[in-house]
Ligand binder design. Structure first.
Ligand SMILES: [Zn+2]
Length: 205
């Protein structure tokens, strides 16, 4: 993710990355020492090779949200078992929603723990730990200038008959003004894996 958002005028390439969706679970653990907090970080770090992991907060309260493929559902049970065996206060929820976000935020305040930065959908503003669609806008050298995240419902709303119309409808719905790119000519570019790439040509001013 770029440190500072670049300007729309210098964008020469757009890359859409559809992300897999899956089963989600949130784990909240109250720790008694920094060592315990480090142990939990290590456990989730090791899981990153297998499932998607994002830290929600750290400190006395440690919380993570994970997303696993449907076929990896047993991993979610295993994590719960490990945590419940090792720590006194463990709360788990098999989904991610506004309510659990609020609970994490309030418990963070109560325990003096630190909330981690969690991506938000750039259309509806909903907190989205695993965006359904990530759009990266890069310059001529391929460095990412602007990165945008979209949740599954906003992605579904933007569905269009072609990828070109799809990207234009996402950017049109985005809170940031991308009108320059919407009116530019987009040329499909070969790409790796499941990502979809376009060159931006002929900016109309
Ligand atoms: Zn959204």
């Amino acid at each position: 993710m770029p440190k500072r958002e670049g300007s729309v005028e210098t964008v020469r390439e757009i890359c859409i990355d559809p992300q897999p969706s899956g089963l989600r679970a949130v784990y909240l653990v109250e720790t008694r020492s920094e060592e315990e907090s480090r142990e939990i970080d290590k456990l989730f770090l090791e899981l990153e090779s297998q499932i998607q992991v994002r830290q929600l907060c750290r400190g006395k309260l440690v919380s993570y949200v994970v997303q696993a493929h449907e076929s990896d559902a047993s991993v979610l049970d295993e994590i719960e078992d490990i945590l419940k065996k090792s720590y006194a206060f463990v709360v788990t929820q098999r989904s991610f929603d506004d309510l659990i976000c609020r609970i994490v935020r309030e418990l963070c305040e109560d325990t003096g723990s630190k909330l981690s930065a969690i991506p938000k959908c750039n259309i509806c503003g909903k907190v989205e730990p695993f965006p359904n669609t990530v759009v990266n806008l890069s310059d001529d050298d391929g460095s990412v200038l602007i990165s945008r995240n979209y949740c599954s419902s906003c992605t579904a709303e933007a569905s269009a008959p072609s990828n070109k119309e799809f990207i234009k409808s996402l950017l049109a719905a985005d809170k940031r003004d991308f009108r320059k790119i919407e009116s530019a000519e987009l040329v499909r570019h070969p790409s790796r894996k499941q990502s979809i790439r376009f060159r931006v040509k002929d900016f109309t001013s």
